[in-house]
Design a binder for this molecule. Structure first.
Ligand SMILES: Cc1cc2nc3c(=O)[nH]c(=O)nc-3n(C[C@H](O)[C@H](O)[C@H](O)COP(=O)(O)O)c2cc1C
Length: 315
């Protein structure tokens, strides 16, 4: 039984994971925190918290709240900044068997390029994940992910500075996700991650004001799974590069839905906040599923739901 997947077939280095289960940015810190709780080296890859050029304190409190079957967050990209990441995190990741993917965020195209340049040629990083989809920061983030031309510009700027595989993380807050996906694929992205959080908010009716200090935040968790899944399904028929499915995955069945919709790998995010070992549980469930179904190679299942729907569609 083979679970290994290649996420960057077009890149010289490639991004070969021993299994398709990754952690989602912002829900797994820098990995070290979780290494004490379970054997994180068993996962396919770890994606760290989004990094910016300068350290950030993030948005005012409150910044995290539970809503029906999901979570609203307005963390606002609180992070240690690129220099501390290079100094303190990369040397640790370089000792790991687990590939570390660095999620980067910029306020301008030049800042994305700058981050890629600082990470080039460094041990301890296996790929870049470019966040052009954060819905809760004032500048940058989502504006690059909601405009096909800007999205392609960021992709090209990052690719010019790096030899690492480049994953572009798209926003669900758009009307034409396929157009944006095509645009970043044409610009040379190695893979696409779908999706980031959906913009949302909540109002405290007693105090008659928004609950989150930042007014709005990003909605994640099981409530967004059908949206993310449909985007993976749509984009899978439009681009040839690998997709990574993300949004509300809590168990192996959720993960298999994304894989059958066309994702080569999956990311587990909000579930980790409730249960730190959620990603490992998803992996073990996938292993059982593959074995029970007598599947020799998980890649055989990538996108199979399309073949099924084509068949029924032809009748
Ligand atoms: C608290 C929190 C922080 C997040 N921070 C980031 C981030 O820094 N960069 C990023 O690209 N996505 C970030 N995300 C989005 C997740 O990586 C993921 O795309 C989204 O939550 C959907 O997946 P999920 O439903 O499994 O959580 C964050 C999500 C949460 C809940």
């Amino acid at each position: 039984m083979s679970l290994s997947v290649q996420l960057a077939p077009g890149n010289e280095r490639g991004l070969l994971l021993k299994n398709p289960v990754m952690t989602a940015s912002g829900t797994f810190g820098y990995g070290m925190e979780y290494a004490e709780l379970f054997d994180i080296q068993r996962l396919g890859a770890m994606v760290c918290k989004g990094i910016t050029v300068e350290p950030r304190d993030g948005n005012p409190q409150p910044r995290l709240m539970e809503v029906g079957n999901g979570v609203l967050n307005s963390i606002g990209l609180e992070n240690i900044g690129i220099e501390a990441l290079l100094r303190d995190k990369l040397p640790v990741w370089a000792q790991w068997e687990l590939p570390a993917v660095v999620n980067i965020s910029g306020e301008s195209v030049e800042q994305y390029a700058q981050l890629a340049r600082r990470l080039e040629g460094k041990d301890g990083v296996s790929a870049l994940e470019v966040n052009i989809s954060c819905p809760n920061v004032d500048r940058g983030g989502i504006e690059f992910g909601t405009d096909a031309t800007l999205a392609a510009e960021v992709t090209a700027a990052v690719l010019r500075e790096t030899s690492l595989p480049v994953i572009i993380k798209l926003s669900p807050n758009v009307t034409d996700v396929v157009g944006i996906a095509r645009s970043v694929a044409d610009a040379g992205a190695d893979a696409i991650c779908l999706t980031n959080t959906l913009r949302g908010m909540a109002i405290d009716v007693t105090h008659r004001r928004p609950v989150l200090g930042n007014i709005w935040g990003g909605l994640s968790g099981p409530v967004i799974k059908p949206v993310a899944l449909s985007m993976v399904y749509q984009v899978a028929s439009a681009v040839k590069i690998p997709l990574i499915g993300c949004g509300g995955i809590t168990n192996a069945e959720d993960a298999m839905e994304f894989i059958m919709a066309g994702a080569t790998a999956v990311q587990v995010g909000t579930s980790t906040l409730a249960s730190p070992g959620a990603s490992l549980d998803v992996l073990e469930g996938i292993e059982r599923f593959i074995e029970d179904e007598g599947i020799g190679d998980i890649n055989e299942l990538v996108g199979v739901a399309h073949r099924q729907s084509n068949l029924s569609g032809s009748q």
